[in-house]
Design a protein around this ligand. Sequence first.
Ligand code: XMP
Length: 476
Amino acid sequence: MNIRKEPGLTFDDVLLVPKRSPLRSRQDANTSTTLLPGINLAIPILSANMDTVTESEMAIAMARLGGMGVIHRFMPIERQVSEVRRVKRAENLIVEEPYTIPPDVTVAEAQQKMVEWGSGGLLVTDAEHHLLGVLTPRDILFEDNPERPIHELMTPRERVVTGSPGTTMEDARQILHEARVEKLPLVTTDNRVVGLITATDIVKRQKHPQATKDEKGRLRVGAAVGVKIGELERIRALIEADVDVIVLDIAHGHSDHALDIIQTIRREFGDTVKMIAGNVASAAGVRDLVEVGADAVKVGVGPGSICITRLVTGFGVPQLTAISECAEAARQYNIPIIADGGIRTSGDLTKALAAGAQTVMIGSLFAGTQESPGRIVQRKGRRYKISRGMASLGATMSRQDNSDLDWNQIVPEGVEAMVPYRGNVSEIIQQLVGGLRSGMSYAGAQTIPELQENAEFMPITGAGLQESKPHDVELL
Ligand code: XMP
């Protein structure tokens, strides 16, 4: 029998030994990290590509907080693309194609457009995109004649404050402040509209200084894809929608299937596409995925809260050992790893990073938030949301391509569960990152690489674990 001498360890099997710390405050800890070469995050956290965790609302919240969300793949291509587009449009440095209307539309038509587009003001242009004026809701609020053409009510061009195409955010802020207006159309020297900067977008940027953004100032987002042949079409559509990262999502990522598709993606789309591949739980898995072109590797076979892969198949590696062995292999290629699954507390987060991960992916802990898909359910006076494994019976049966599948043929590797409703995801992130900062201070580490360098793990006994939790008291 081929059997290892040392048992595999997971989060509860170890503690980190405190070290002398130069940090005077938790705020001195810098939580920034590398998701993959070319994309950095202010906080080392991703929301999982599960249908009870990440669609556009979660992805927008995660990116604003400095992490990133990965939109799940269990929806038609067009819907996944539109979820990605919603994230990319949520914040702009410059609105490149602002909504415009012609000068002869009526007040009633303009009102309808404002509602339809959810826009507080519209640029009025001619057919060649020349700026003729700006119409705001205030201009038409008390107009009694719905048939009146809006050019009689708009602020005419000579009174509209504009910027040039190269206007920076700082310039725009100054101009908007001095003119006391909320929209700054950007026009060329021959008065053609080429963009728009709005006060709302500037305020959003100030509110989320740590947000994860691309070079155009848009929030970053990932999207999961599978390995079947038809998935190339999905990948192409996602790339056209400017997705930042493709996440190859397959339970046993160390497979010929996965290696083939990574090579195909590299052949078809080149090196510019950023790609995370997984999941694996061994050094050999990391090496094989990196050798064919993965930019980062997702680690975790069976540690997730809703996973039963280990029970059903007998396979898996306790997560801390998996992280440590995979990280060692990835270091040789200078490739980051993502510890996926099993994170319950900020202590687990700190241990996962200290063991060598650059980021973690979290599922169920975020499934109970306002931003996750799905409704709140009431049970015995308490509020819950659903978290389900993507290989659970319910999730498998609900997939479009499985509608004529016989239930008995399905061998689920995940469960469906309820998790307490926990409010906004920002509150959970605040607790996780606050705990991580404290942990970094105990490690004497100002940065995540220092946390990894200074980490000394001590295996503990059942008594040590019991001592680590509240004990011999009645909890209130
Ligand atoms: P947590 O513990 O954060 O874990 O809820 C989330 C991760 O669990 C994985 N996942 C599954 N694993 N069967 C599995 O064995 C499943 O049905 C399943 N669904 C999700 C996935 O890696 C996710 O990010």
